[in-house]
Ligand binder design. Structure first.
Ligand code: CAA
Ligand code: FAD
Length: 380
């Protein structure tokens, strides 16, 4: 076991840190306030190879390992968790799934532009009545011979407005339950496909979340991913990796808040001394430091196992469950350490606190992660 990062991993970490400070920091409060999507910044992230980090260069990706991905996501999330989720969805939920499960034609047509950051993608599993209970898909894809007819509504779709390509799960044969679900690649602009209004959110306000509405959308047969009925397995396999991305986002939110709180505690004075000299404050920082390190180790472990080709359903869920709790706890205490200043936008920690909450909800709530983990350990 080696706890040292390689030269290349350190370089990627530094590049992500530099990018976050030079390109994301300046406008992050404004984008949060006005719910503005970081379009220009995402374009630059593509140019740096951050939108298809683990994809083979022959498909437009950067060919990096999963630890590098965790490192980059942590650095971006410290500054702008909204830009980070755009990256996480494109990498983990869209590109990774297409690279692993699509055929060569699909990869040439869709993966290349997505992995190079030329366009971005979205992943549409959730519905108004199917969030945690993801097998109960109401969106239908009826087999019409040379195409499927897609009808229904997807809810809460990240990159919903800005994506060009969408991976959409839908029920083809309800009698087969989850084994009747298929996954399809759907293009923006196809007749009958519309997006709903942008959600007005508590956090990650720079990312765009909206519903997708499908009315008799014709999806060519060649846009189905894998064999008939593979859609739910596909979604679960993709989400196992996706959870490492969200765990890394949570880790970054926590470590960003910790760094700000530490700096503040070292300079803010009360009762004639820096507040870090009050044990109540120092102990909060000690707790943050330990739990962030533990979360980071869980992220690295899951990422390393992914690269070794192991089953990461349990390790990905563990990393997400723990890191998202650490993000919540750390950001709440970071606001506390900042006192009244923590309650205003200028000091960043209130935004990080609002951003932290979503990491306990999306890509499977914390309760769902416990179901995944408990089922896994009960099999051992
Ligand atoms: N990995 C691989 N396969 C899995 C799996 C996993 N983690 N979890 C379930 N499966 C497989 C099962 O093995 C089973 O397959 P077989 O029938 O072949 O044995 C099949 O999927 C059905 O599983 P269950 O019988 O366990 O189904 P269930 O209904 O009891 O529970 C669940 C499934 C784990 C709760 C699942 O529905 C789930 O993960 N729900 C959460 C959904 C979710 O994470 N949504 C995220 C949407 S994307 C998003 O949120 C993006 C974003 O914000 C940025
Ligand atoms: P529900 O499933 O209704 O859950 C409500 C509560 O009940 C939760 O606390 C849950 O943990 C609990 N609960 C439910 N079932 C159980 C159980 N069996 N045992 C114990 N507790 C349970 N989805 C996508 O497909 N693509 C996206 O890009 C995407 N992006 C999102 C972005 C944002 C900002 C948000 C808010 C959501 C996004 N989602 C996306 C949807 C997200 O994955 C779901 O919101 C999430 O899976 C929970 O589903 P739900 O909201 O329907 O809650």
């Amino acid at each position: 076991m080696d706890f040292n990062l390689t030269e290349e991993q350190l370089m990627i970490q530094q590049a992500a840190r530099d990018f976050a400070h030079s390109e994301l920091l300046a406008g992050v409060i404004e984008r949060d306030t006005t719910q503005t999507f970081p379009a220009e910044q995402v374009k630059k992230m593509g140019e740096l190879g951050f939108m298809g980090m683990m994809v083979d260069p022959k498909y437009g990706g950067a060919g990096m390992d999963s630890i590098s991905y965790v490192l980059a996501l942590e650095e971006l999330s410290k500054i702008d968790a909204s830009a980070a989720v755009v990256m996480s969805v494109n990498n983990s939920l869209v590109c990774a799934g297409l690279e692993k499960f699509c055929n060569e034609e699909q990869k040439q047509k869709y993966l290349k532009p997505l992995a190079s950051g030329e366009v971005i993608g979205a992943f549409a599993l959730s519905e108004p009545e199917a969030g945690s209970d993801a097998t109960s898909q109401a969106t239908t894809a009826i087999d019409m011979g040379d195409h499927y007819l897609l009808n229904g509504t997807k809810n809460w779709i990240t990159n919903g407005k800005n994506a060009t390509y969408y991976v959409v799960m839908a029920q083809t044969d309800a009698s087969k339950k989850h084994k009747g679900i298929n996954a399809f690649i759907v293009e923006k602009g196809w007749e009958g496909f519309e997006t709903g209004p942008k959600e007005d959110k508590l956090g990650i306000r720079g990312s765009d979340t909206c519903s997708l509405l499908f009315t008799d959308v014709k999806v060519p047969k060649e846009n189905r991913i894998g064999e008939d009925g593979f859609g739910f397995k596909f979604a679960m396999a993709v989400l196992n990796g996706g959870r490492i991305g969200i765990a890394s986002q949570a880790l970054g939110i926590a470590s960003g808040a910790y760094e700000l709180a530490l700096k503040y505690a070292q300079t803010r004075k009360s009762f004639g001394t820096e507040i870090i000299n009050h044990q109540a404050i120092a102990f909060k920082l000690a707790d943050m430091h330990v739990s962030i390190m533990a979360a980071r180790m869980l992220c690295y472990k899951a990422a390393a196992e992914k690269d070794e080709g192991k089953d990461i359903s349990e390790s990905g869920a563990m990393a997400k469950l723990y890191a998202s709790q650490v993000a919540m706890d750390t950001t709440i205490e970071a606001v506390q350490i900042h006192g009244g200043y923590g309650y205003v936008k200028e000091y960043h920690v209130e935004r990080l606190m609002r951003d932290a909450k979503i990491t306990q909800i999306y890509e499977g709530t914390s309760e769902i992660q416990k179901i995944v983990i408990s089922r896994s350990i009960s099999k051992k």
